[in-house]
Structures are given as structure tokens and as C-alpha cells.
Design a binder for this molecule. Sequence first.
Ligand SMILES: NC(=O)c1ccc[n+]([C@@H]2O[C@H](COP(=O)([O-])OP(=O)(O)OC[C@H]3O[C@@H](n4cnc5c(N)ncnc54)[C@H](OP(=O)(O)O)[C@@H]3O)[C@@H](O)[C@H]2O)c1
Length: 199
Amino acid sequence: MKILLIGATGTIGSNVYDRLQQNHEIIRAGRNGADVQVDITDETSIRHMYEHTGNVDAVINASGSAGFAQLTEMTPDKNETAVNSKLKGQINLVLLGLPYVTDGGSFTLTSGVMMDDPIPQGASAAMANGGIRSFVTSAAIEMPRGIRINNVSPSLLEESSERIGHLFAGFQPVPGDRVAMAYQKSVEGSQTGQIYKVY
Ligand SMILES: NC(=O)c1ccc[n+]([C@@H]2O[C@H](COP(=O)([O-])OP(=O)(O)OC[C@H]3O[C@@H](n4cnc5c(N)ncnc54)[C@H](OP(=O)(O)O)[C@@H]3O)[C@@H](O)[C@H]2O)c1
């Protein structure tokens, strides 16, 4: 398959790349140093990415940012990061990408454990994650041409423990390759409308 992987250089994206590149052609996308440049917060940039790649069999998004702050310190402005990136950015990848995905192809989006298991400072990110979950469940029943859509919700990755583990006290980190397997299931399998929880 020809797979467009956004966020390919990241912690999750590089695990997904390592697993899927063995059997597929992967186009790596991101803001810097990838095969094709994209900023998912910018609609024009997403349009240019798809014009550049042409048709693909699968789109995987492993990117998306959110602001972390205590609720009393969260501002409308800080909340915009998650709205524009994790939420709208991912949804726009689907809305603008549909014409470029081949019949029976797939989209795989990324949410995260904190939508089910709250952590301090995580309300804005959780809001976006929950929005992605609901979008995927709902969009799946209307996808044209047999196109599938799923969502991977990882817990804290082992590889991210040093950087953000302090925010996830008492969480059992999961190996990146186990998370990558959920993306593989979404792309290579037949399911749609699923939330793959890797907790
Ligand atoms: N790591 C975890 O433990 C974990 C757990 C659950 C959920 N998640 C979620 O999974 C997603 C990826 O996490 P991660 O830890 O792998 O992140 P990461 O290591 O920071 O990597 C992010 C990747 O996305 C790209 N990127 C960032 N902003 C972008 C944008 N606006 N447009 C296009 N590409 C962009 C980055 O490359 P460039 O900088 O070159 O653009 C990079 O390749 C995030 O939404 C995160 O919340 C992560």
C-alpha cells in the first residue's frame, strides 16, 4: 500500500514507520525534514500536501499538539492549540483528504488515554481526544467508497516517559511498538469506526 504518515518523525510516528515500512511504501509528512511538508493547523498546507502526494491507500496521523495547564491557568488562547491542531487539524486531514484516498482505503487518527483517565493539566487535550473519538465513530457510518476510519488511543509511551511521565503518575507506560501494532491493525485490517485503546 501507499501510506501517507503525518508526524512520521515523532515518537509514535517513528514506531509506526518502522513497523509499516517493511511491507508498504510510506510517504513521511511533517513540518520539517520529511518527504512532504505539512502543517495540519493550516488548511492550505493540507491541500498542498494532498496535491503533492496524489492518491494514497491510507492516511495515518500521528501528530497533534495541545496546551497543558492547570484548569485555573487555562485560557481561551491556550485552549486554541488543541482545537486547531489535535481536533480541527486531524478532522481537516479527513475532510480534505477524502478525494485522495482510494476505494477501500483508510484513515487512522490519534487520540489518547487522558480522554478516559484524566490527568492534571489535561482538560484541553482530553477535550480534543474525545472530539476525535466521537468524530471517528460518527464519520465511519458515512464514509464513501468503502473507506474506513479508526482511532488509536495510546497510553503514555515508554519512550515518552522521561519527557512527560511526571504528568502521568501511576500510569503503566506502553512500548511504542505495541502502539504501532494498533495502527497496523487499522490499516491492514477490515475494521471501521473502532477506537483502539492501547492502555
Ligand atoms: N507520546 C505519548 O506518550 C502519547 C500518548 C498518547 C497520545 N499521544 C498523542 O500522539 C500524538 C503524537 O505524539 P508524539 O509523542 O509522537 O509526538 P512527538 O514526538 O512530539 O512528534 C510529533 C510529530 O508530529 C509532527 N508535527 C507536530 N506538529 C505538527 C503540525 N502542526 N503539522 C504537521 N506535523 C506536525 C512532528 O514533526 P515536525 O515537528 O517536523 O512537524 C513530529 O513528527 C500527539 O497528539 C500526542 O498527544 C502521545
